[in-house]
Design a protein around this ligand. Sequence first.
Ligand SMILES: *Cc1c(COP(=O)(O)O)cnc(C)c1O
Ligand SMILES: [Zn+2]
Length: 389
Amino acid sequence: MKFLTHIECTKCEKKYSDEEVLYLCECGAPLFAKYDMDKVKDHLKKEDLPGRTPDMWRYREMMPVTNEKNILNLGEGYTPLFHTKSLGREIGLNNLYLKDEGLNPTASFKARGLGAAISKANELGMKKICLPTAGNAGGAAAAYGALGGMEVIISMPETTPETFKAEAKALGAKLLFVDGSIVDAGKFLKTKIDDSWYDVSTLKEPYRVEGKKTMGIELAEQFNWELPDVIVYPTGGGTGLIGMWKAFAEMESMGWISSFRPRMVSVQAEGCAPIIKAFHDGKEAAPEWQDPSTVAAGLRVPKAVGDFLMLRALRESGGTAVSVSDDELIKGVKTIGKHTGIFAAPEGGAALAAVERLKDSGDISENDRVVVFITGSGLKYTDTISNLL
Ligand SMILES: *Cc1c(COP(=O)(O)O)cnc(C)c1O
Ligand SMILES: [Zn+2]
């Protein structure tokens, strides 16, 4: 059964066939997968979900892979949502929740995006996968590529923590190192590949965002179809933020949730905060950040093609944008660890530090239901953060 109808530009609305290999629209903007939502609604019922597999493919009618045999599944998604009372008390919040994405395959939520994109590449008959990465995306691409019997090339900054390099190598990928950021890694990769390679760069193909949107569907399911008041999301390329926003609209069109939306909060590191700056400057796009630097590798993204989509979602939701220092985000990792038993990636520590700031400024109040995304496990960062803890 097919639910996907076509692919559409997020800016100029030009339509494309979902049977082609697609990257950005002719106009340069990201493309979104579109579904026949009435048909999805007829075939996928909330009541069916408890009987389904505990992974992101439980929502398969809202996902872009048509033939189930093409799905490459390592058990991604359906991560626990913890109501953390001790951590909440520490900050003065009664309803603080952590979504532990470190429990995904390859220990980060990148498994959702790359699981979806590489499954779709498999459906489209692509046998070669490539991408530039600042860290976790490389391991996830290598994992799904390996499962699909594909060749994988990954380019990454030379400064990427060793564990990420080791993981991608262990999973059989070929690595290229560059002096610079993920933007430079992307430029270098382009000189090494031709059309036979499927480039799964963030938002440059339409399907990673489909995997990431399942975080939004899961939150709705875990909150019994009443979304929380605030979602705090450590932001790099922004696929998760944009994906959840897309999922909310899709679920509303199916009558699964009301028109209520959480306030979306984007968090970046002070050493690389293009989205935060653009938000507070009132801009619709975010210029490239010069000399990006932070230990939170996933946030070291100086330029994002989906910048305008993130900024729009933050504003439409009545949310905000916060940058925190590396000292604060490391302190966040320790506070989470001590109160919850979860060793969070520094990006998760950044999200907690932002919550503390917003509680102090009154932007978050004590009874708000607040979800902090722990986007990955701290274990992969030990060689860069152990002496800071
Ligand atoms: C990639 C990454 C992010 C940023 O995610 P986007 O969806 O690209 O904004 C945050 N945290 C971790 C651990 C990551 O690997
Ligand atoms: Zn367009």
